[in-house]
Design a protein around this ligand. Sequence first.
Ligand code: SIN
Length: 524
Amino acid sequence: MTRGADLLVLGGGIAGCSAALRAADLGASVVLVAKDDLGGTNTSWAQGGIVGQAPPEAGDSPTLLASDIESAGAGLCRTEAVRLLAEEGPGLCRSFLWERLGVPFDLDGNGAPAPTAEAAHSARRIYHAKDATGLAIQSALNEAVRRHPNIQVRERLCLVDLITSPHHCVNPVRVYDPIRVHGAFLFDPATGEVEGALARRTLLATGGLGYLYLHTTNPPSATGDGLAAAYRASARIVNCEYVQFHPTALYVPGKPRTLLTEALRGEGAHLVNRKGERFMAKYDPDHLELAPRDVVSRAIFQEMAVSGEASVYLDLAPLAARLDLDSHFPTVMAACRAEGINPHHQLIPVVPAAHYFCGGVLVDMEGRTSLPGLFAAGEVACTGVHGANRLASTSLLEGLLWGFRGAEAAVRELAEAPLSEPGELAQWRKPEEPEPTDPLLIDQDWGLIRSTLWNYAGIVRTGARLVRAKADLHYLNHRIERFYHEASLSRELLELRSGILCARLILNAALQNPESRGCHYRVD
Ligand code: SIN
């Protein structure tokens, strides 16, 4: 066991880095753990923007922003969380990201961030850094985190489990204690060792789980590690059926999907079939390509089902006539060119892809989970802001705000937070004679999880498909758990163990909820 910091932050995206910086600014000692190099996060992959402050003439207000968020959330948003985000988020975005960290947002003629319009937002309030907003934010956060004397960054470590009492205590009498989180077991793939990292408070910011689906806009590291660990530690988890699909990811057979930002449709790109015919008028004649994400995703799914084609297409010709595509969308253009597609002359093949997990570890307005000692922020957490469907460009803001608030609440609690005595907590136990891990088995298991969720718990769901998926993954879960206890640990095995558990959480929630709402759509 390593005697730890005041705050252990698990995850280095916008939520984790903001929490680390805020706690460190308040004088706490912080250890920030990243699964990859700092910056290898879903935040870095976010092309679209972040809700910022609209100029006075835009006629925006917290009430208007809250109403846009609630319309997207399909009646399931938590009012106090939405209000908090709408009132405090945009100002924090401007003061912390732009004024303090100097994130290079696109600027207006006066040198201030130039908010843009976006589908389903009633005012021009979105800050962009071209089509690589997340990367710009992450780079600025990395620099600040690395410079801060109170933050120790530890990279390439995988979360195995949260350390909880009484579960990990050697003293059997502790069984009567309430559950409390004391840190985390971390696996170092370079040494093959597991270390117990103790801390007075722990904040989960491990991101989402898009990799559980065959098609996703998320990086392969988005395997739900934090959600799975929190569930095993018995934290309250909610809304797991609400997985948001982004309508347009670049489709190239055999290659990972790449997000093609919604801003393309916001600027006028059309969705067409192989013959070049627009089809959104059949599904939402009022909003066409700017209909809510779930509507557009289902329309594409339906078009693909009817035509038997593997994708539909995005046509950038209407934009190319007005905009310099290379300067407005450098990330999109580079991704297309890398696949030999020239969007000036060719249609871009697209499919919907799992994009954002709206459920998660339930937290209060200060990021507290149901487990004492544990906070959560960002995609792993469920604040209730997104309800059953997330409004675009709100997730980076939510991660920032709850990262801040979680850190502030954790630091306030430090006065009455003694560090657990390492002697009372059990050491990590390795299997005596571990089996070697077989990469082929792991790949095969991932294939099964990802295709099962995509086909049976994806954009369109039925009870029969969900029941079938649950049965298939129940057996796989049994095999993976056995393997986990007998094999030598590896990052791949830990991720697979997280993946199968999170898949089952999604399936159980989807089965228990017969009502179509937001991004949980059942045709039965
Ligand atoms: C996009 O650029 O389309 C994604 C933005 C978001 O999901 O918030």
